[in-house]
Design a protein around this ligand. Sequence first.
Ligand code: FAD
Length: 316
Amino acid sequence: MSKVLIVAEHAGGKLNASTAKCVKAATALGSEIVVAVFAAPGSQVAAQAAALQGVSRVIEVHHAAHEHALAATLAPQVAEIAGSFTHVFGPSTTFGKDLMPRVAALLDAPQVSDVMSIESPTRFRRPIYAGNAITTVEVAADTKIVATIRIASFEAAAGGGTAKVESASPAAALPTHTRFVGLSAAGGDRPDLQSATKVVSGGRALASGEAFKLIYALADKLGAAVGASRAAVDAGYVPSDMQVGQTGKIIAPELYIAIGISGAIQHLTGIKDARTIVAINKDAEAPIFEVADIGLVGDLFTIVPELEKLIDASRK
Ligand SMILES: Cc1cc2nc3c(=O)[nH]c(=O)nc-3n(C[C@H](O)[C@H](O)[C@H](O)COP(=O)(O)OP(=O)(O)OC[C@H]3O[C@@H](n4cnc5c(N)ncnc54)[C@H](O)[C@@H]3O)c2cc1C
């Protein structure tokens, strides 16, 4: 029988929704599912993981060094705990993409990246060529498998579970060559781009960082995260961690609003699992309208302030 170890992603004392999605993915294996939570002493994240349905057990590893997740620190400990497991899963987020290849290397195991469906314990489907093709990957039996789970492809496991929590203290020496210095995150109090249910993105059409204030204002009214096209990032209007698409973040919000974005294939790759896409573009022939559920043709500098007024009016 398969035994899956999932490395929990969390920050600020809260379990990231990506972990619940990994749990949902692992349930396809009909296996024992164990979540490993690496956190600072006093953290309540293990209890949150234990409440996910499908989880059989939570392994909690408390250490002051786990206040901030560092791949170099976590990888040797994950590899040690992974000993008796057939599969080791992490989310295909920045956290998981950073950590899991190190885990795979330490375990001398193959990694299957960006798993979008699980057909059997050794057979997985994943996107290639920027999502334009789906490949089925077969891993040799009797091999430990490390995988990152494409969180846009799975629902979150429900709550209400009552798994037991055990403490562990891996013997793996923590590396001294890497330490946490500081975290510089854009976005302030806005929702995290990768797990937000609503995202407002701006493109090259904004033409300046200053004009992006329009995008931030609309996002704040909607309680949305802010994203951007690569053209907007390359032009320096916004930081690169806001990029959505093939070489940016792959997201699956309930609502995606693309403002002044043409809809290049590399951008669409990042939003193909979004539930409802709204596009604002002055060019009625822009490719974004081919995937949009709602299209507004016109000048964004007129339409966005109008939208904001409508939102304000609807709340009075
Ligand atoms: C290997 C590779 C990887 C890539 N990865 C990514 C990626 O991850 N993410 C990504 O986004 N791109 C990526 N790209 C780049 C991608 O091909 C496009 O160049 C980019 O997405 C274009 O960004 P844009 O839509 O903002 O700009 P443009 O294509 O220039 O589109 C701007 C749009 O704004 C509209 N517009 C202009 N003025 C207004 C106005 N006043 N009001 C309303 N609409 C207006 C125009 O009609 C146009 O449709 C990648 C490219 C390559 C080769």
